[in-house]
Design a protein around this ligand. Structure first.
Ligand code: ZN
Length: 286
């Protein structure tokens, strides 16, 4: 009878220990990869090169109102500085190229040294959550919210609303804007076949600063088709406050859109100065 090879228990234990150590090393090494949260296809936070802040900022959201279908319209303010800037992530539901900019802006802002002492930045995520969900320009009533503001040029039409502020989403932003006394409003949209920065009210030099940092051309509202009852018309011309309408290229990858405008957005938020006051005189009614 052939002797059965003797089971070498010591050797087996040694192999097991080596295996265990290797498995643990692998797990530790790979752990950050597994822990990454993938949002819109790109890893954030743990994937950021060392030295970059976490992109997961817990924002103190508050609900300003609700959409026709009952979705919350949320805003959050970060920073405590005297300059007050409002970023509106979207108003047309089929123009969501700025969604990554909206998502990434808080961390990028907080990473700029001294920014939170100079500026109070309010992020309004999306004025038209129903339109975003439905993929439509207007809200769930089919009204273009960006034609529903009490600007002097308001036009009563079914698709614009038969009177200003007939829609709950418009009212939520309207009331918030009047209370907030913002120095600058920036609102993200997208445009077929082009990208540019448009402004209304005393915001020409801020639009030029944006242009320098992004390569996006400045387009004056006076040279464009009329936009009756738009947020730009109401804030810029009726209230006389500076507003930038950021038009991304329609269909642009939202990460690429953020990458190419990140420096410009931060510049107009943080560096934007009191030029607006000097411009107020020049930009009187047009
Ligand atoms: Zn739009």
């Amino acid at each position: 009878m052939e002797a059965r090879p003797q089971f070498d228990i010591l050797r087996a234990m040694r192999c097991f220990r080596i295996g265990l150590v290797m498995a643990c090393s692998l797990l530790v090494g790979c752990f950050p990869t597994y822990s990454q949260k993938l949002r819109d296809g790109r890893p954030t936070a743990a994937a950021a090169p060392s030295g970059e802040p976490s992109k997961r900022v817990d924002l103190p959201w508050r609900v300003l109102g609700h959409s026709v279908q009952g979705r919350p319209i949320r805003a959050a303010t970060i920073g405590t500085g005297p300059r007050r800037v409002l970023w509106v992530g979207g108003i047309h539901g089929d123009e969501r190229e700025g969604r990554i900019a909206t998502q990434e802006l808080p961390a990028a802002f907080l990473a700029v040294e001294g920014a939170s002492k100079r500026v109070s930045l309010t992020i309004l995520e999306d004025v038209n959550p129903d339109g975003t969900e439905l993929g439509t320009r207007g809200n769930a009533n089919g009204v273009d919210l960006n034609r529903n503001y009490p600007a002097k040029n308001f036009k009563a039409e079914r698709r614009y609303g038969m009177k200003p502020l007939s829609q709950p989403e418009s009212r939520a932003l309207h009331d918030f804007l009047l209370k907030g006394e913002f120095d600058l409003v920036i609102v993200a949209h997208s445009w077929r076949g082009d990208h540019f920065i448009n402004f209304d009210g005393p915001a020409r030099s801020i639009a030029e600063l944006f242009s320098q940092r992004s390569g996006y051309a400045v387009r004056d509202s006076g040279d464009m088709s009329p936009t009756p009852g738009s947020l730009g018309s109401w804030v810029g011309r009726t209230l006389g406050k500076g507003i930038l309408t950021l038009e991304y290229l329609r269909g642009r990858d939202a990460w690429a859109a953020w990458d190419e405008t990140r420096a410009a957005i931060l510049a107009v938020i943080v560096e934007g100065t009191s030029d607006a006051r000097q411009e107020a005189a020049e930009d009187e009614p047009r």
